[in-house]
Design a protein around this ligand. Structure first.
Ligand SMILES: Cc1cc2nc3c(=O)[nH]c(=O)nc-3n(C[C@H](O)[C@H](O)[C@H](O)COP(=O)(O)OP(=O)(O)OC[C@H]3O[C@@H](n4cnc5c(N)ncnc54)[C@H](O)[C@@H]3O)c2cc1C
Length: 276
């Protein structure tokens, strides 16, 4: 049970960060995960909601999303329509409406959960994280996930404007269950050939990870000729673990099925919409 001695709601990130460096201090945004912490020694709870960092802004080449923005706000935003139906469909499958109304972008990324759909989606879209740890810094989301950022406050996410085609697939045992495995793919095409590829697998059950060997295998090849071949590659390479949801072998087999399905979606979209 939580045993909070002090609750603060600072207006400035510098102040929040300073308090955050005290022993047994925790940040809270949407509060969904913080409410479930099974520790009794939370002495300082630092509510980040008054810092601002909420909303979505078109900045030309990229889109800035404040860390306090709720998942439900991402779903209804006009600027984010740029990422097309796969984006809205993926968000619609996160938990329930109540969860999407509470969970924030910052809270979803900071916890470094393997099952965070937002992490897989934004990593596939090649996003950067801005955070404050005494000064403001920016890092790719994939670097952030493997780095040590204890005590840092995530302030914003920067997502490049879309190019090429992308898809997101996940497998869950029931609608509200977290994913057993999920996968995002983004492909840029020149002529008929794949110019660039990003493939990210999440819920392995470890944190989302890029599959660079498979990406490199695809580059320079024709998309439609790779659909039935690339699945074997990822099944061999992807690193998965076993937990109560599935064995590592089952997850590896799922990665093949999800990648093949995602490649088909990307191919369909590229046929309908041409090169972009
Ligand atoms: C039953 C249930 C099912 C769910 N299903 C899914 C699902 O299928 N897919 C999915 O993607 N998500 C799902 N979620 C949502 C999810 O994974 C997290 O609960 C949620 O994203 C956390 O966001 P929050 O804003 O509530 O974070 P909080 O609980 O406020 O914080 C989470 C952690 O991040 C830290 N933190 C918060 N904000 C910041 C910040 N700005 N900078 C640095 N650290 C910060 C906190 O100290 C805490 O350690 C589900 C949640 C629940 C409760």
């Amino acid at each position: 049970m939580l045993n909070v001695k002090e609750y603060v709601k600072p207006n400035k990130v510098e102040e929040a960060y300073e308090i955050g460096q005290m022993p047994n201090a925790f940040y809270v945004s949407g509060g969904l995960m913080v409410a479930q912490l099974k520790i009794s020694k939370v002495e300082h709870l630092i509510d980040l909601k008054s810092l601002g960092y909420e909303g979505i802004e078109d900045q030309g080449k990229e889109i800035k999303i404040g860390a306090n923005t709720k998942i439900s706000a991402l779903m209804s935003d006009k600027i984010l329509l740029l990422y097309g139906q796969p984006f809205r469909d993926a968000l619609k499958e996160i938990g329930s409406m109540q969860i999407r109304n509470m969970a924030t972008v910052g809270g979803s990324i900071a916890f470094k959960l393997g099952w965070s759909d937002l992490t897989t989606i934004f990593m596939t879209l090649n996003s950067k994280v801005e955070f404050y740890d005494g000064s403001f810094r920016k890092e790719s989301l994939e670097a952030y996930l493997v780095g040590n950022h204890k005590g840092a406050i995530i302030t914003s996410l920067y997502v490049p404007k879309p190019s090429g085609f992308w898809a997101f697939e996940k497998f869950s045992k029931s609608t509200f269950d977290i994913a057993t495995l999920k996968l995002g793919i983004k492909i840029d095409i020149k002529g008929k050939k794949i110019k660039d590829a990003r493939i990210v697998v999440g819920s392995r059950p470890m944190i989302s990870e890029r599959q660079e060997e498979v990406e490199n295998f695809l580059i320079g090849k024709e998309l439609n000729q790779m659909i039935d071949k690339v699945g074997d590659q990822i099944e061999k390479i992807v690193k998965c673990g076993t937990d109560i949801r599935a064995s590592a072998e089952y997850r590896k087999a799922l990665s093949k099925a999800l990648l093949t399905k995602a490649m088909r979606r990307v191919e369909d979209e590229s046929r309908v919409n041409g090169q972009r």
